[in-house]
Ligand binder design. Structure first.
Ligand code: FMN
Length: 145
């Protein structure tokens, strides 16, 4: 069974709800999935998986959360993500999704294979947002094959 690792940061639960829906979609598509808050995650979890998803809301001024997620992402950037199927997602409020576009460009620069455009959901994911998350999970599971 293909392994999918999902690592996220979430302050108020919105990105966590997205992470769980991405996991549900990947599991329904036949993958074995781990969902881990970044504070408890290791970069080996991501590097050792067949495919990975990273989730973080827009924080600061259109940046990643700076104390846990940003260092984790920086560590991954130098760690050999070439060819790794990867998906990015996160919740936002008043912005226009710039943090996710910037993040996507960064991760594309590592040689990771982005399986879809980053998925941004406004605040708490509604039914449509959750369905988009599940679809992203299914794409990730397919890319892990
Ligand atoms: C300190 C802080 C900074 C934020 N900065 C932005 C921002 O630059 N752009 C934006 O669209 N939303 C911003 N937000 C809103 C969050 O992205 C939004 O509340 C999101 O749903 C939080 O997701 P979470 O529940 O996973 O923590 C900010 C929120 C906080 C607390």
């Amino acid at each position: 069974m293909k392994q999918v690792a999902i690592v996220y940061w979430s302050g108020t639960g919105n990105t966590q709800a997205m992470a769980e829906a991405v996991a549900e979609g990947a599991r329904a598509a036949g993958a074995s999935v781990t969902v881990t808050a970044v504070a408890k995650a290791s970069r080996e979890q991501v590097l050792g998986a067949d495919a990975a998803a990273l989730g973080c809301p827009s924080m600061g001024v259109e940046v990643l959360e700076e104390s846990e997620m940003e260092p984790f992402v920086q560590a991954l950037e130098g760690a050999g993500l070439q060819g790794k199927p990867l998906a990015l997602f996160g919740s936002y409020d008043w912005g226009d999704g710039q943090w996710l576009r910037d993040w996507q460009e960064r991760m594309a620069g590592t040689g990771a294979r982005l399986v879809a455009d980053g998925l941004a959901v406004n605040n708490t994911p509604d039914e449509t947002g959750l369905a988009q998350c599940k679809e992203l999970g299914a794409k990730l599971a397919a890319a892990a094959e």
